[in-house]
Design a protein around this ligand. Structure first.
Ligand SMILES: [Zn+2]
Ligand SMILES: [Zn+2]
Length: 297
């Protein structure tokens, strides 16, 4: 099994990290956890054919986890794919999918392209099957089983968020937290997993700041809580990901980050603090995610 981190950033525009997306490859078959901005382009960059994705799992409906969806579907329609991927996501995923394609945002694009016989031939590709999650088993085929649990991020009455776990026919397992505050259900879902990919969005000081200023959610996981979760789940190795731009040196992004956290807490040196905080609670194999990072299990 191969796990490739296509995107490891959070919601703002970051030249160093793409939006959330993870490619999981089992016996040559590809699956996607999240489809944030640039997921499709990243696959091509790393020589993975996007038409080969069998199923796509959306952890939640924040745009940094789904923004590439229409791009993915229309690009792969134009590449001539006939069988659509299965789309698995929270309640309202069907509405999201429909609103992005021929009956929604890209109606005129699709109508224009569909004038041509080759695009008519696979037109039904643009109506992918959608499975809306509840906790438990959400998908199964001949190679993998995917289970989901609620995690704590967007208020559930607005839109539930899910952690995901894939178990393969070869006995390998990967868990992905999506976005969440520390949560026992995720520790349980990730129990004894070969690889835990867990968000580690902000250092604790940034979470404290955000909880006071009202700029956005602080329902994220700090580095020391990440370490505790990795230890308590007994994950064999752990990846910290979904970094919230606190390490950026880009001048435009720094200007905007100043509204999200004290600017004296933004800079590449803070990644060292992140590792120190994780290590205060976790001593196992640790990866600090980078776009393109690949792990073989
Ligand atoms: Zn996110
Ligand atoms: Zn989110």
């Amino acid at each position: 099994m191969r796990v490739m981190l296509l995107g490891t950033g959070a919601a703002l525009v970051d030249p160093d990290r793409n939006h959330s997306s993870i490619l999981l490859t089992v016996r040559g078959v590809n699956y996607l956890f999240d489809c944030g901005h640039n997921a499709t382009r990243q696959m091509v960059t790393y020589s993975v054919d996007p038409v080969s994705v069998r199923a796509m799992f959306l952890s939640h409906l924040h745009f940094d986890h789904i923004a590439d969806f229409a791009y993915y579907m229309i690009s792969t329609w134009m590449m001539g794919r006939e069988e659509p991927p299965v789309i698995v996501g929270p309640p309202e995923t069907q509405h999201f999918v429909t609103s992005q394609l021929a009956e929604g945002a890209f109606a005129k694009d699709i109508e224009a392209r569909a004038q041509y016989p080759q695009r008519q031939a696979n037109f039904d590709y643009l109506k992918p099957p959608v499975l809306e999650c509840t906790p438990g088993l959400v998908y199964e085929d001949d190679l993998v089983k995917v289970t989901a649990c609620y995690v704590e991020h967007i208020p559930r009455e607005i839109s539930p968020c899910f952690g995901l776990r894939m178990d393969t026919v070869d006995g390998k397992s990967v868990a992905f937290s999506g976005d969440t505050a520390p949560c026992d259900a995720m520790i349980e879902l990730a129990r004894d997993v070969d690889l835990l990919i867990h968000e580690c969005t902000f250092p604790q000081k940034a979470i404290d700041f955000r909880s006071k200023v009202g700029i956005g959610t602080w329902a994220h996981t700090s580095p020391s809580e990440f370490g505790r979760i990795a230890t308590e789940s007994r994950a064999k190795q752990a990846v910290a990901t979904h970094f919230g731009h606190f390490e950026t040196t880009n001048t435009i992004l720094r200007k905007h980050m100043a509204k999200h956290m004290p600017i004296e807490l933004v800079g590449p040196e803070f990644m060292d603090d992140v590792v120190t905080d994780i290590r205060s609670k976790y001593s196992g194999p640790l990866h600090i995610a980078r776009d393109g990072m690949t792990i073989h299990l």
